[in-house]
Design a protein around this ligand. Structure first.
Ligand code: FAD
Length: 564
């Protein structure tokens, strides 16, 4: 409160733009009003343009211009100043200015955060968009541990600077290596994505993003620049590997593992209709048959099935290897046999509704799978956000424990089929190597290491249905996709690691300069969803009312995500 009061008086007293000694480019003061945000809309749905617009004020989900990304209360949540950080000195001076003027600091690289954690009312924003990207390769890079130490690591890496997004890294790596990347090309590589865990469609074979980070370079709020790895500042290293961005310092560089190049083979199946509402009863039977198959098979797939996603009407499965290696694995023939022999196609109607049989396509590399040369800086080859992202702020994601899928398959089937109208279309396929990493090795919610999928829903009540089906006693959320009004968010996001992370936040930001919503140590107003769950049977009844409009949106969403 004291900070807010001070901020308001500062704003009234300041007529010229901010000048911070030693910092080349600063913007503001900004008024915390709708009109300040308006230039963000002119970027339309172009995710590259949104990240670079309006002096760092834009969010990819425009609803996140509001506190808690909540359009109902509609309280604007814009920073007072932004600092266009280009080097350590800019960040150090920004911290000093914020400390001297009793301001909180927020950090943003792209503004992709679904919870609005990269914007904070009245704060000084450290905007990392124009920070150096580095992107140099180092063979046999070593961490600071002695060669005899159990945590000694030596690996080929790419050095990624704070301004890089996946687009830049994928282009730098090209066909030379495999690199574990996120979905969207415009998501930052070492900012929120990495510090929130970093799920990838190749994680079942290689692990998640934080499993690739050998060390971090961080600017702390006390003005020092430190390195953190398994043997130097190892507690900070732990915190940065899943404990959320914007909390312990500003990450400016990471040495990130690269692997020998591998072919990528993608297997796809889909169920499409011209009008889903009209054929809903029949379609929902086909959906249930697919779910039954997937519940039975997915927990046992080999790690070479390195990731992908599924929804009621499709499967997009990524195999890290050639098509002939994929075919020799056996799953594809089981899938084809299921399609031929088990899926009831008797009532499908030509040109009205039907299923596309499992098919596959081989790419020479991850680079080619992600779109190849034509995809770099091409808005059509990646996520469409901004004006196309309305409603995304209602999305929830919840981790589905492998044990539940194995032991309560019938209940899971009932849940998924009932939720079909509300289920997201990029439900992540997890498990594999992700689950081989010890839970104390990184700070992601420990339950992420015993999960098989992350399930997405798109409204409050369906989110609550999944939350009640698998509670925080046995799981939690994927931090990077979780809901901005997630109840009991500290536990849901960080599980049993929260208290440790809180003491590390206090150690590394002892003045409590950094502050962001749903971040460890957050200070400020709280809000959470309190909607009732749909009783599972009630949702089933609602299925038949699913409109063809929803389904058109679904199909366009599927096509969008095919581009990721
Ligand atoms: C199209 C799209 C695709 C996605 N695909 C995936 C996916 O495949 N896997 C996955 O796990 N997630 C995915 N996400 C979710 C994504 O990981 C989160 O939205 C994440 O918060 C984005 O991080 P950012 O730095 O780009 O965003 P921002 O909004 O800029 O920042 C998010 C958080 O990180 C902090 N932060 C940013 N930079 C730094 C820094 N340098 N140092 C310290 N803190 C920092 C911010 O303060 C904020 O708390 C996707 C999101 C979108 C929109």
């Amino acid at each position: 409160m004291q900070r807010l009061f001070f901020t308001l008086s500062l704003l009234l007293a300041t007529s010229s733009s901010l000048d911070i000694d030693g910092v080349e480019t600063t913007y503001g003061p900004f008024t915390n009003k709708e009109q300040t945000y308006v230039p963000c809309y002119s970027a339309n749905s172009n995710a590259y343009a949104i990240s670079s617009s309006n002096n760092g004020l834009c969010m990819h989900s425009h609803a996140c211009r509001y506190k808690f990304c909540n359009s109902q209360d509609a309280k604007m949540n814009l920073p007072l100043y932004s600092v266009d950080a280009k080097n350590h000195t800019d960040i150090i001076h920004a911290f000093q200015y914020a400390k001297d003027n009793d301001l909180y600091v927020s950090v943003k690289t792209t503004g992709h955060s679904y919870t609005g954690s990269s914007t904070e009312e009245g704060s000084l924003l450290v905007w990392m968009h124009n920070y150096e990207k580095d992107l140099t390769f180092h063979e046999s890079y070593k961490n600071s541990c002695q060669a005899s130490h159990e945590k000694y690591v030596e690996h080929d890496v790419i050095s990624i600077g704070g301004g890089a997004v996946w687009d830049d890294v994928i282009e730098a790596v090209k066909d030379d290596y495999h690199v574990v990347t996120g979905g969207g090309r415009t998501v930052s590589a070492i900012g929120g994505w990495l510090q929130g865990g970093g799920l990838s469609f190749s994680s079942r074979k290689y692990g998640i993003g934080v499993d690739q980070a050998i060390d971090f370079e961080v600017v702390l709020t006390n003005g020092t620049v430190v390195n953190a790895d398994a043997c130097t500042n190892s507690d900070l290293y732990f915190a940065l590997r899943g404990g959320g961005g914007g909390t312990y310092g500003v990450v400016t560089k990471v040495h990130y593992k690269v692997y020998p190049k591998t072919a990528i083979t993608v297997v796809q199946y889909s169920l499409l209709a011209s009008d889903y509402g009209k054929y809903w009863e029949l379609i929902s039977k086909a959906v249930a048959q697919f779910f039954e198959f997937w519940i039975d098979k997915s927990p046992d797939l080999s790690n070479d099935w390195c990731g992908g996603f599924f929804g009621p009407f499709h499967l997009h499965l990524v195999y890290c290897g050639t098509a002939s290696e994929m075919l020799s694995d056996g799953f594809f023939s089981e899938f084809t046999a299921w399609y031929n022999d088990n899926l009831d196609k008797s009532q499908m109607v030509e040109n009205e509704w039907g299923a596309f049989p499992p098919s596959y396509i081989e790419y020479d590399s991850w680079y080619e799978y992600k779109g190849g040369a034509g995809a770099y800086q091409n808005p059509a080859s990646t996520d469409q956000t901004g004006n196309s992202y309305n409603g995304i702020e209602s999305m929830s994601a919840r981790l589905m424990p492998e044990a539940v899928v194995r032991e309560r398959g019938h209940d899971v089937l009932e849940l998924l089929t009932s939720l079909t109208p509300y289920l997201g279309f990029v439900n992540y396929f997890l498990g594999g190597k992700i689950n081989d990493v010890a839970i104390d090795e990184t700070s992601v919610n420990p339950f992420l290491r015993s999960t098989v999928w992350s399930i997405f829903t798109n409204d409050d009540r369906s989110g609550q249905t999944v939350r009640e089906f698998v509670t925080n006693d046995e799981t939690g959320v994927c931090y990077n996709h979780h809901y901005g009004l997630e109840p009991d968010w500290r536990r849901a996001c960080f599980g049993s690691h929260y208290d440790t992370l809180k003491s590390l936040q206090e150690k590394y930001d002892s003045d409590k300069l950094l502050n962001c919503w749903h971040c460890v140590g957050y200070q400020g107003e709280e809000k959470e969803s309190s909607h009732e769950a749909y009783p599972i049977n009630e949702i089933s009844a609602a299925n038949k009312y699913m409109s063809s409009f929803n389904c058109i949106m679904i199909v366009s969403l599927v096509s969008t995500f095919m581009l990721l």
